[in-house]
Design a protein around this ligand. Structure first.
Ligand SMILES: [Zn+2]
Length: 89
């Protein structure tokens, strides 16, 4: 899939000034990919912070980390094929 070239958000865009669309020049009611990307990036950043906070808290409480099984194989044994492939996303 090709990389989406993000459009700059222009608060002075006529659509934005008239409150009929966003600063990317997309009318409300139409889907704006750029607005969705901005939202998703914000969501991702919040999620990363949430994970960090939860991990720290679990560590403080001495709780086992979710997703980590005791006595499991080394994680690199399972994922070595992927690692060698060096897949890009
Ligand atoms: Zn937009």
């Amino acid at each position: 899939m090709s990389q989406h070239e993000p459009k700059p958000h222009d608060p002075q865009h006529p659509y934005a000034l008239k409150f009929i669309g966003c600063g990317h020049g997309v009318l409300f009611g139409n889907e704006c990919v750029d607005c969705e990307i901005v939202g998703l990036i914000g969501e991702y950043k919040r999620a990363v912070k949430t994970v960090a906070r939860v991990r720290d808290r679990l560590r403080v409480l001495g709780a086992p980390m979710p997703g980590q099984k005791k006595k499991s194989l080394p994680s690199n044994a399972v994922n070595s094929a992927d690692a060698v492939g060096g897949r890009l996303e």
